[in-house]
Design a protein around this ligand. Structure first.
Ligand code: F0G
Length: 458
C-alpha cells in the first residue's frame, strides 16, 4: 500500500497548552495592540504563524545534546562540533558563530557595505535590506519577472534574473557592487526555490567580474528538496549533497539557524576568503562575542550541530514540504487567492486580490492579518506595503509590488488538525470579504516599521 496521507514523522513527547479565546476577547486584545499582531501577547494567540523562525520544536536528541553543552569561554567542544558540521556542509574554511542571522548580516554587510555600494539579490529579506541601507548602501531586488505573477507555476520562481544581473553590473560597475546575494528559498518573494542552474550562472558571472557571491542559506534544506524533485539531474542526489553543491558555488553564506537549523536561536557567517574572514572576525569579537561562541551558549551550538543533521532527513523534508502544500492546496481549492506553486515554509495569500475594495494606502494585507486574528486567533504577518512601502517626497505611499500575507509554518509544531482549523477560518474570511475595510498608520519608526507601527481602522 502507498498511503496518500503524509503523517507527521514524529511522536509528541511534550506538549504546550494553547489557550482558547473568544472573538470578543480578541477584539479587545487587538485594540490594545494597536492592530499590529507583532504587539499581541502570544498567550492570546491560538495558532501562531507569524514566523517559522526560532519557533521549531527541537527533537529529543537535540534536548539531550543541550546537557552536553560545553560553556567554556574559548575552544569549547560544542563549538568544535558545530564548526565541523558547518565546515562539512559548506566546504568553507572560516566559520563565525552569531546569535542569529541578522548579526551575521550586520557584520558582513557592515564591512563590505557603505555609501555608493550596491547589492543585488533575488530578493533581500527585510533585515538584509535594513542592514545594507543602514551602511548607506543600496539594495536592489532583481527576481525573475515570474516572481511577481502569483499564478505563474514556474518551478523556480525564486530565481534571480540573470539578464538584469548583467545589466546592473554594466550600470553600476563591478567595483561598486558589494555583493550578489542569493536568498534560498526566496522568503520575501513567496518562499519560492532557486535552481542550482541559476546559482551556477550567478556564480560564473560573479567570478568573471570579481564580485562577492553570498548565499542567504537559512532555508537551504527546503530549497534542496525542490531541486531534487524539480530540477533535472538531481532526482537521486541526497538533500545534504544538493545543499553542499550550492554552498560550493558561492564565496560565503549567512545562515539564520532559527529556520533550517531547527533551533530557537543561533546563526553563522561562513566564508572562503581568509582576509574577509579576519576582518569580520574582528567585528564579531567586538559586538557578538569571542570567535568560538559568537553570541551563543555551548548548548545552543550543540543543538545547532544536531539540527543541521536532522533537517536533511528525507522523511522530515518530505513531511515539511508536503504539509505546507496541504494547507496551500486546500486554501486554493476553496478560492483563497494565493501564490502558487506553494513555497517551502509558508503560504502567501494575495491580499490585494482578496480585498480589491481596499486601496494600497489602507493596507489590504494589514486588514487580512487583523481578520485572521479576530476570526480565528491566528497570527500572521503582512509582507506588502507595511513592510516594504516607502514614501515619496510628497509623503505619498510608494506601494510594494505585492500585498501579501504570509502564513509561516513553524517546523514540527502543528499537526494536520491545526491546518484544517486554519482552512475553516479562511472559509469564514471568504464569506465576509466584502465587509472588510483597511487601516491607516498612526505611528511608525524609521526602520523595519512593521514590527512596531500602530494602526487604526479607516
Ligand atoms: N534572511 C532571511 C531570508 C530570513 O528569512 C531571515 C529571517 C533573516 C535573514 C534574518 O535572520 O531572524 O535570525 O536574524 N527571517 C524571519 C522570518 C525573521 O520571519 O522570515 P534572523
Amino acid at each position: 500500500m502507498s498511503p496518500k496521507t503524509i503523517i507527521e514523522p514524529f511522536k509528541i513527547k511534550m506538549v504546550e497548552p494553547i489557550r482558547m479565546s473568544t472573538e470578543e476577547e480578541r477584539l479587545e486584545y487587538l485594540e490594545l495592540a494597536n492592530f499590529n499582531p507583532f504587539l499581541l501577547n502570544s498567550d492570546n494567540v491560538i495558532i501562531d504563524l507569524l514566523t517559522d523562525s526560532g519557533t521549531s520544536a527541537m527533537s529529543a536528541k537535540q534536548w539531550s545534546k543541550l546537557m552536553e553543552g560545553d560553556e567554556s569561554y574559548a575552544g569549547s567542544h560544542s563549538w568544535m562540533r558545530m564548526e565541523r558540521e558547518i565546515k562539512e556542509l559548506t566546504g568553507y574554511p572560516f566559520i563565525l558563530p552569531t546569535h542569529q542571522g541578522r548579526a551575521a548580516e550586520r557584520i558582513l554587510y557592515g564591512h563590505v557595505g557603505g555609501a555608493e555600494k550596491v547589492f543585488l539579490s533575488n530578493t533581500h529579506f527585510d533585515t538584509t535590506r535594513a542592514n545594507i541601507e543602514f551602511t548607506g548602501g543600496k539594495a536592489i531586488d532583481i527576481p525573475i519577472p515570474e516572481n511577481h505573477e502569483p499564478d505563474n507555476l514556474h518551478p523556480f520562481k525564486g530565481n534571480l534574473d540573470i539578464s538584469k544581473l548583467e545589466a546592473s553590473i554594466k550600470e553600476y560597475a563591478a567595483e561598486n557592487i558589494g555583493a550578489v546575494i542569493l536568498t534560498v528559498t526566496n522568503n520575501s518573494g513567496g518562499g519560492q526555490p532557486v535552481s542550482m542552474d541559476n546559482a551556477r550562472q550567478v556564480a560564473t558571472i560573479c567570478k568573471e567580474h570579481g564580485i562577492l557571491f553570498i548565499l542567504d542559506a537559512c532555508r537551504i534544506a527546503e530549497n534542496s528538496y525542490f531541486i531534487r524533485h524539480r530540477e533535472d539531474g538531481y532526482g537521486r542526489t541526497a538533500y545534504w549533497q544538493i545543499a553542499r553543491e550550492m554552498f560550493r558555488l558561492a564565496d560565503g553564506a549567512i545562515m539564520s539557524a532559527k529556520k533550517d537549523g531547527l533551533v530557537n536561536m543561533g546563526g553563522f557567517l561562513a566564508l572562503k576568503d581568509e582576509k574577509l574572514a579576519e576582518a569580520c572576525s574582528n567585528l564579531l569579537i567586538i559586538t557578538e562575542g569571542f570567535a568560538t561562541y559568537g553570541g551563543l551558549t555551548g548548548r545552543d551550538m550543540e543543538a545547532i550541530a544536531q539540527g543541521l543533521q536532522e533537517v536533511f532527513d528525507a522523511d522530515y523534508l518530505r513531511y515539511r514540504i508536503k504539509s505546507t502544500q496541504y494547507l496551500g492546496d486546500r486554501l486554493h481549492e476553496i478560492g483563497v487567492p494565493l501564490i502558487r506553486p506553494i513555497g517551502g515554509h509558508a503560504v502567501y495569500i494575495d491580499a490585494k486580490k482578496l480585498y480589491p475594495q481596499i486601496p494600497m494606502e489602507h493596507y489590504p494585507g494589514q486588514a487580512l492579518v487583523v481578520e485572521l486574528y479576530k476570526k480565528g486567533g491566528i497570527r500572521a504577518v503582512e509582507i506588502g506595503s507595511v513592510m516594504f512601502g516607502k514614501y515619496d517626497i510628497k509623503n505619498q505611499l510608494i506601494p510594494a509590488p505585492m500585498e501579501l500575507v504570509r502564513l509561516a509554518i513553524p517546523r514540527r509544531v502543528y499537526t494536520q488538525s491545526h491546518a484544517d482549523y486554519i482552512i475553516e477560518v479562511f472559509q469564514d474570511i471568504l464569506a465576509d470579504r466584502e465587509n472588510v475595510s483597511g487601516y491607516r498608520i498612526t505611528k511608525e519608526p524609521e526602520f523595519l516599521r512593521h514590527f512596531s507601527a500602530w494602526f487604526e481602522p479607516v
